[in-house]
Write a protein that binds this ligand. Structure first.
Ligand SMILES: *Cc1c(COP(=O)(O)O)cnc(C)c1O
Length: 357
């Protein structure tokens, strides 16, 4: 893939950038550039380019605005103490976007092109990658959208893949504290044959009202059950779940209707190295309630790129509440191990890190 570059003539100046990077928040400040490549059936992927960051001009009939044919990814670039910049398993994001693309009837972007696009944007905007202190990073958002202007319902014949980036501060301000959860029995995330395993905006659109309910109930986040039996734990709005037992067993809900988190699968490998075999299986809400009530479940944690790993506290539902597990020892050990690999402070035994700068 040949990438042309048009540098921005209105880049954020050093003083303003320092101010932004001192307190980046999440997803509010975009870098100076963006990557774009387009697809049509005749030309395939073409016109790959880095251009100044800016708004898109769109025909109001553009398909993505009507039928939500879109997929996205979420990943980060990390700066090490020696100044180098690295991404974490970018080819896994590329492959997951291919799976999402398949589900959304999009053409697939080759893995190498996906990784090259991310690398090129991070290189061009490398001054936007914050120093590592305080777990800061550059959040990267690849996305694919249906850009054909046409109101008929069929896969778009014009598709655009873009990458944008935004500096991110630590997910937890003022120390890590457990997230409290609301169990929704009114809404589900994904049914069999649905889009649960695809990273697509529609899943988020349908989760918002449930998340609103969680906040109204005084909880931080919502947890979803399976759509068919309302019995088995799926995941949070944007994080996968792990359950740790006092006898050393560890369970995580099996894939199928959940999003296949790259943090989730990396943790399976890490825990293997720590000597734990993870059971990937259906996990019922009664096992959760009984486990934390009896004390057999000692830890629960949620994981995803944004927060890495976060302890899970109490669980509330319509008519009851289950207590927070007693410990977060393994949770914090797993978290530290992952963060240390990402920032280059520990040996990358799995070969997960990819150097960009
Ligand atoms: C992105 C996402 C996750 C976490 O995936 P990671 O690859 O670990 O960041 C979990 N659940 C949902 C619904 C997601 O969209």
């Amino acid at each position: 893939m040949q990438i042309s570059t048009t540098p921005s003539t209105s880049q954020v100046d050093d003083a303003r950038l320092a101010e932004i990077l001192a307190n980046p928040g999440f997803g509010v400040h975009m870098t100076d550039h963006m990557f774009t490549v387009e697809w049509t059936p005749d030309e395939g992927w073409h016109k790959a380019r880095i251009t100044p960051y800016g708004p898109l001009a769109m025909d109001p009939a553009t398909a993505v605005l009507h039928y939500a044919q879109e997929t996205f990814e979420g990943m980060k670039a990390y700066r090490r103490d020696d100044g180098s910049v690295w991404t974490f398993r970018p080819e896994e994001n590329a492959k997951r976007m291919q799976r999402s693309s398949h589900r959304l009837a999009f053409p697939e972007l080759p893995v190498d092109d996906f990784v090259a696009a991310v690398d090129e944007l991070v290189k061009v905007d490398q001054r936007w990658v914050p120093e590592s202190e305080g777990e800061k990073s550059l959040y990267i958002r690849p996305m694919m959208i249906a850009t054909e202007a046409f109101l008929g319902v069929r896969p778009a014949q014009h598709v655009t893949f873009m990458v944008i980036a935004s500096p991110a501060g630590a997910y937890f301000k003022g120390g890590i504290k457990p997230v409290t959860l609301w169990l929704t029995t009114e809404y589900t995330r994904a049914g069999r044959g649905g889009m649960g395993a695809a990273k697509t905006g529609g899943n988020y659109a349908s989760s918002l009202v449930a998340q609103q309910e969680a906040i109204a109930q005084g909880c931080d986040q919502v947890v979803f059950l399976d759509a068919q039996e309302l019995t088995y734990v799926e995941e949070l709005g944007g994080m996968n779940l792990y359950f740790v037992y006092d006898d050393g067993r560890i369970v995580t809900p099996e894939t199928g209707t959940i999003l296949e988190g790259i943090t989730r699968s990396s943790i399976i490998e890490l825990l293997g190295k720590f000597g734990h075999q993870v059971e990937e299986r259906r996990f019922s809400i009664d096992e959760w309630r009984d486990g934390v009530t009896s004390g057999a479940i000692t830890e629960i944690f949620a994981c995803g790129t944004a927060a890495v790993v976060t302890p899970v506290g109490s669980l509330k539902w319509d008519g009851g509440e289950a207590p927070a597990p007693a410990s977060d020892e393994l949770t914090m050990k797993v978290r530290q191990a992952l963060v240390d690999i990402q920032y280059g402070r520990a040996d990358d035994a799995f070969g997960w890190m990819h150097r960009v700068v």
